[in-house]
Design a protein around this ligand. Structure first.
Ligand code: ATP
Ligand code: MG
Length: 401
């Protein structure tokens, strides 16, 4: 029985235009990698990779002959990005990796689909599909492993990792997203033995991989195994011990919040300075800010007023995440009552404005800002109960005093 995939992305006119151009140029184009894997298991397909049995210069010529834009994004490894309408496609020539240095390879183009499949990392990533959606399991093991949700190296885990140490992190990332049950024992042994090679990877790469892993709905088994094999402390030197990721994910589920990489990262940074941890992973400014908001280990949110205050001052997401992280660390169930008070606090609106103060005769200037923060503090300290009139009369009293 032959398997087929379909999807809006597969039948879209932009996709057909790329396949037609490549075929007209003498190639057999096949979808490969994530798009085939994700379509097979009913997940949303994001980027589309295509493999072709012609060398990259011919790919460029074939695309340009039909007026499609071809960008040589990774031409030395055989990759051309085709732009068709609003979509982009990564088109890579069949290849074999010759010499490898633990991250980069010298490549040799080929017409042999088995060689191309064999240089890929995991069996579920070596699935191809024809333009009509017919799946081609070149190595014969991809479909079975995908169905069993088994993330398995093609060939020997030891050898494949030594070619490219990034594959250690990819193994855990793919297990977090696609794996079920235990990880493959021989892959784990290989990771434990070769974890030192991670230090040769760039911080950007490690950061990007870790964030993708931590964004998975269920990263707990992968994170546990990373800690047990010694991979976690090599990837994140600040991560100590075995982080209680399962407890964090359970607490998230209990209050119905979705997976979020920075929240999970905050669990791993622990006592480390968030700025240092964020810099080490080359986080964006926005991610850095989010991590810092979730960093305090001792932030007290233990009754209604402190929860409302945390929600108001830190915002709903950050204050709620502090509650989730504390629950995970202490092993206590998440306090849902405090979570709703955080939400109340976040929704509170300060009832006084600069205009009110000017109406009372204050001149525009820095004093207005100072007075406003003073009144806001009174209001927060009243647990958000003082109304506008009372707050403003308090000001009048203080001014005359
Ligand atoms: P996604 O794009 O959803 O993260 P993907 O499987 O498409 O998943 P990419 O990083 O886009 O992953 O790579 C496309 C394909 O290239 C993979 O499916 C795999 O076959 C191959 N590949 C990518 N990185 C490596 C690597 N480091 N070693 C071996 N093969 C790789
Ligand atoms: Mg991809």
């Amino acid at each position: 029985m032959s398997m087929t995939i379909t999807g809006e992305w597969l039948i879209a006119a932009e996709t057909r235009a790329v396949l037609d151009a490549l075929s007209a140029g003498g190639a057999l184009p096949r979808f490969v990698g994530g798009c085939v894997r994700d379509a097979l298991i009913g997940r949303t397909v994001r980027d589309i990779d295509i493999a072709v049995d012609i060398p990259p210069e011919e790919t460029v010529a074939a695309l340009e002959a039909t007026g499609l834009r071809a960008i040589p994004t990774g031409i030395e490894h055989g990759t051309i990005t085709a732009v068709s309408g609003k979509r982009t496609f990564e088109i890579t020539s069949l290849r074999q990796d010759r010499e490898t240095d633990g991250r980069h390879a010298t490549v040799e183009f080929t017409k042999d689909w088995t060689l191309d499949a064999s240089r890929r990392d995991f069996t579920m990533n070596a699935l191809y599909a024809e333009g009509d959606g017919t799946v081609v399991d070149v190595l014969g093991t991809g479909l079975g492993d995908l169905n069993a949700r088994r993330v398995r190296f093609i060939g020997s885990a030891n050898a494949r990792i030594q070619e490219d140490y990034l594959r250690i992190l990819r193994l855990f990332r793919f297990h977090a997203w696609y794996g079920k049950g235990d990880m493959e024992p021989d892959a784990l042994v290989a990771c434990a033995g070769l974890a030192g090679g991670i230090s040769g990877l760039s911080h950007e790469r490690i950061g990007a991989e870790m964030l993708k892993l931590l964004a998975a709905p269920h990263p707990e088994v992968a994170v546990d195994m990373m800690a047990q094999t010694g991979v976690l402390s090599k990837a994140l030197p600040f991560a100590e011990g075995v982080p209680p990721m399962a407890a964090l994910v359970a607490a998230e589920g209990r209050i119905g919040v979705s997976a979020e990489a920075i929240r999970r990262l905050a669990l791993l940074t622990g006592k480390t300075d968030a700025v240092m941890a964020g810099r080490a992973l080359r986080l964006s400014n926005e991610q850095m800010k989010a991590l810092r908001q979730r960093a305090p280990l001792d932030y007290e949110i233990d009754d209604a007023p402190s929860a409302r205050r945390a929600g108001y001052e830190r915002g709903e997401a950050a204050a709620r995440d502090l509650l989730l992280l504390r629950a995970a660390r202490t092993g206590e169930p998440i306090n849902t009552r405090l979570v709703s008070m955080v939400m109340d606090g976040a929704a509170s609106e300060f009832p006084v404005s600069a205009r009110d103060l000017m109406a009372l005769g204050m001149e525009p200037g820095p004093e207005i800002g100072e007075a406003l923060s003073r009144i806001e503090r009174d209001w927060i300290e009243s647990d958000f109960t003082l109304d506008r009139g009372t707050l403003l009369s308090g000001l009048a009293g203080r001014k005359s005093a």
